[in-house]
Ligand binder design. Structure first.
Ligand SMILES: Nc1nc2c(ncn2[C@@H]2O[C@H](COP(=O)(O)OP(=O)(O)O)[C@@H](O)[C@H]2O)c(=O)[nH]1
Ligand SMILES: [Mg+2]
Length: 353
């Protein structure tokens, strides 16, 4: 899963990238920077504490930080194509700039979000129009059933996009969803808008977010916040200093943990776990994945030879801890290949070697 960090120049993207991936901050890199972030999950930590495995593997996502470009280039075809290649977007807004009185250009998050939505709609509309033309041309030569279905969908998208409706808000059938996936439309991507705020703005952030959510009321807009500067400073502190610092600001957790969990929840993914003395591992799967398919995420041999899945849930494990106790309580289930794996399932696959 790849997430693009986007936003205007000097909004703190590279700083955010280095906070999330723990990589060194290279402000003026001219190449895309790519880094992996571990998704914090207290369940993995608790399981690891108990099983004391040789290796612990959290869920991961990849972040991409693009080099800065001039304002005009932000919506260039090349840039848009890069955003399209990603599974989700984090759009950073430099709200901290409003702190400085001298700053003549006030940051209006509402305007920035609307502008991005508009530009994304224009980009998608252009792709849809191109596709409609080419479908019409090929249908003149030969009528194919699939082309007809696709054309019908594209015309529906065109009609809605022209009205300013993003594709994520258009009702599509399962088949249409499948077709549209292949085009990586921008307005179909999950997106997290993040306000980059100053330390002083933290105390007011609830009101700021409430106000903004009211203004851009769309259930698909997820809005969050971070103070990149403060978070970067936190990263440089010792564990003790950090705790003290967070306490002073009356914050429970660092923003990094919160942002990573929010990003993960955008992706429509869930985690199941495998546990044992060798390894405790979180496996990421799409919501709705069945047991046999989930086995294939671990190894194709396990999928091929799938017999049963022994499953218990993390919340039950938390209560009873050992398989013995779980068995006594009849909380370990034997599931067949069609069982839909749930978030937090702890699974042991039985398979023919
Ligand atoms: N005051 C303040 N400055 C920040 C914050 N985040 C980033 N900056 C500064 O903004 C400048 C640009 O940051 P950078 O991450 O390179 O921005 P990018 O162009 O979006 O990648 C740097 O000088 C940062 O120190 C913040 O939260 N507060
Ligand atoms: Mg940068």
């Amino acid at each position: 899963m790849e997430i693009a960090i986007i936003g205007r120049k000097e909004s703190g993207k590279t700083l955010l990238f280095s906070i999330l991936t723990q990589l060194t901050y290279h402000q003026f890199s001219v190449e895309n920077q790519v880094g992996v972030a571990k998704i914090p999950d207290s369940r993995v930590d608790k399981l690891a504490e108990f099983f004391k495995p040789k290796s612990i593997v959290h869920a991961k996502v990849t972040f991409i930080d693009f080099p800065g470009v001039a304002k005009e280039e932000f919506y260039s075809a090349k840039r848009i194509a890069q955003y399209k290649n990603c599974d989700a977007l984090c759009y950073l807004i430099p709200y901290f700039m409003n702190q400085e009185q001298s700053n003549e250009e006030k940051i209006e998050p509402e305007q920035e979000i609307k502008r991005f939505e508009e530009e994304s709609i224009i980009a998608d509309l252009s792709s849809v129009e191109t596709r409609i033309e080419s479908l019409k041309r090929s249908m003149q030569k030969r009528k194919e059933k699939e082309d007809e279905i696709e054309l019908k969908m594209m015309l529906k998208l065109e009609e809605n996009l022209e009205k300013g409706i993003p594709i994520r808000n258009i009702e599509l059938s399962e088949d249409e969803k499948k077709i549209s996936k292949g085009f990586s439309f921008l307005t179909q991507k999950p997106i997290l808008y993040i306000l980059n705020i100053s330390e002083q703005q933290i105390q007011k952030i609830d009101d700021i977010l409430k106000d903004l959510t009211n203004k851009v009321s769309d259930s698909f807009h997820k809005i969050s916040f971070i103070s990149c500067q403060m978070e970067y400073d936190l990263m440089m502190m010792s564990e003790e200093e950090r705790k003290e610092f967070l306490n002073e600001l009356k914050l429970k957790e660092d923003a990094k943990t919160r942002i990573l969990q929010q990003v993960f929840s955008l992706l429509d993914r869930i985690c199941f776990f495998t546990v044992g003395p060798d390894e405790v591992k979180a496996w990421q799967i799409k919501k709705g994945t069945c047991a046999k398919e989930a086995a294939g995420v671990i190894h194709s041999d396990i999928e091929k030879g799938f017999i049963r899945a022994e499953v218990y849930h993390y919340t039950d494990w938390e209560k009873y801890k050992t398989e013995e106790e779980l068995k006594k309580e009849k909380l370990i289930r034997l599931e067949m290949k069609d069982y839909v794996v749930k978030d937090g399932d702890i699974v042991h696959f039985r398979f023919n070697k």
